[in-house]
Design a protein. Sequence first.
Length: 215
Amino acid sequence: MSRALDYLLRERPRAMGAYFEFLRDAGSRLDPRTRALISVITKVSTQTEKGLVQYTRKALAAGVSSEEILDALLAAFPALGLSRIVWAVDVLMDHGVAGFGAAPAEEDDDVEAELIDVAGLDELPQGRAVKRGGPGRAMLLYREGDEVRAFKAYCTHHGMELMERGIDGDTVTCHQHGWQFSLPAGSCPRGAQWALVGLPVAIENGRVRVTWQGR
C-alpha cells in the first residue's frame, strides 16, 4: 500500500474503510479469473504501468492464460482504444511478463545459409562496434586483435534494426525503447534470453566473411 493510502486510512478511517469494504464487495459474485481480467482492463484504462504488471501477474497466477488476457483487452477495444492496448502489450513485454515475451524468430529450414564477404580485417576498428550489411542482412561486428565477432543488428525486443547512431563504443542502443546491448558478448542487461543473435565468422586471406543464418 502507498504512503498516501496509509495516510488517508489514518486520517479518514471511516470514509476509507467504507471504500475498501465497497471494493471487497464489488465483484464478489464473480469467479476469481473474471475479477482478475477486469482488474487488468482497469489498469490499462488508467495506463498505470506498475499496477498493470502487478495485476497481470496475479491473473496469470489465478490460472488466466496470456491469450485470455489479450482476448479481454481486445474485447474491451471500444472502451480502451488501440493506443492503450498497444501501450499495455509494450509494458508487459518490457517487463518480461510470462506469455508476453518477444516471439522468437522463426527459422526456415529451406533457407540456405548465405556467406557474406563483409570487409577486410584491417578495415574494422579495434574495440568498438561497427555496422555492416545490406537490407535484411544488417549486422554488428566487433574486432579484438585478429578475432571478429558478428551479430544480427536487430533488437531482440521488437526486432527493430539497430542503427549506427545508437553505437557508442562497445554499446549499442535501440532507438525504439532504449534497450542496450554490449559487445563483444552481445549481452543485454535484461537477461541472457535477450542477447543479440550471433553469426559464424571466418577470416580468410584478410577478408572477414560472415555466414547469415535464418531470416
